[in-house]
Design a protein around this ligand. Structure first.
Ligand code: GRF
Length: 201
């Protein structure tokens, strides 16, 4: 697979940073071709700049339709010869035109053990539900929210006195390990999607 990554962010970009660090330390053989944020002022843009990576804002506002926005993202990514798109705290639902442009080539990191607790505030959902184990899931992105084939998961114990903040920060540590590892697995090939399963050959 083409090892040029496009990373989409909306916020602080700590998962972006974990990819930057994994690449610079040689743990991940890849190049970040571009970082795109839908929001001005996303902290991750500064991280990209500091690492000398091209970054840009493509706002989700002002497009005639959601599909037009997705097409604009696909155009920017294609123009930079991106092979794998990494959603890293990108707070938009990715739609048809982008998924069609990158079939089985968009990854997302989610702070829960899917299919439990999809959508927003997964750590709060886990605490409110009273589960004793949660974690992180890296999955391929399909048209269904947080439901694509699972590449990798890591479990994190939920403690009796956990708050949203304490659980989030322990899950985040695992996200930072899991995401670069999953990107490496996908880039290295030797896998296929069978039904809803990501199968390593
Ligand atoms: C992470 O918890 C990620 O799992 C979720 O959004 C958060 C983004 O954090 N999708 P960051 O911007 O990567 O620091």
């Amino acid at each position: 697979m083409n090892r040029r990554l496009g990373v989409l962010i909306s916020g602080r970009g700590s998962n972006l940073q974990s990819l930057i660090d994994a690449i610079s330390s040689g743990r991940l053989n890849a190049t970040i071709a571009v970082v795109i944020s839908n929001l001005e002022g996303a902290g991750g843009l500064e991280r990209a700049r500091a690492a000398g990576i091209e970054s840009m804002v493509v706002s989700h506002r002002g497009w005639p339709s959601r599909d037009d926005y997705d097409r604009a993202l696909a155009r920017e990514l294609r123009a930079r010869d991106v092979g794998l798109v990494c959603l890293a705290g990108f707070m938009r639902i990715v739609g048809g035109p982008l998924i069609d442009a990158f079939p089985n080539a968009i990854l997302n990191v989610h702070p829960a053990l899917l299919p439990s607790f999809p959508g927003v505030d997964a750590q709060r959902q886990a605490i409110d539900h009273g589960v004793k184990v949660s974690g992180v899931t890296v999955h391929l992105v399909t048209g269904e929210l947080d439901a694509g084939p699972i590449v990798l998961q890591r479990a994190v114990a939920v403690l009796g006195d956990d708050t949203r903040e304490t659980l989030s920060s322990r899950i985040l540590e695992q996200e930072h390990l899991a995401y670069p590892e999953a990107v490496g697995i996908v880039l290295n090939g030797g896998w296929k999607v069978e039904g809803r399963r990501f199968v390593r050959l």
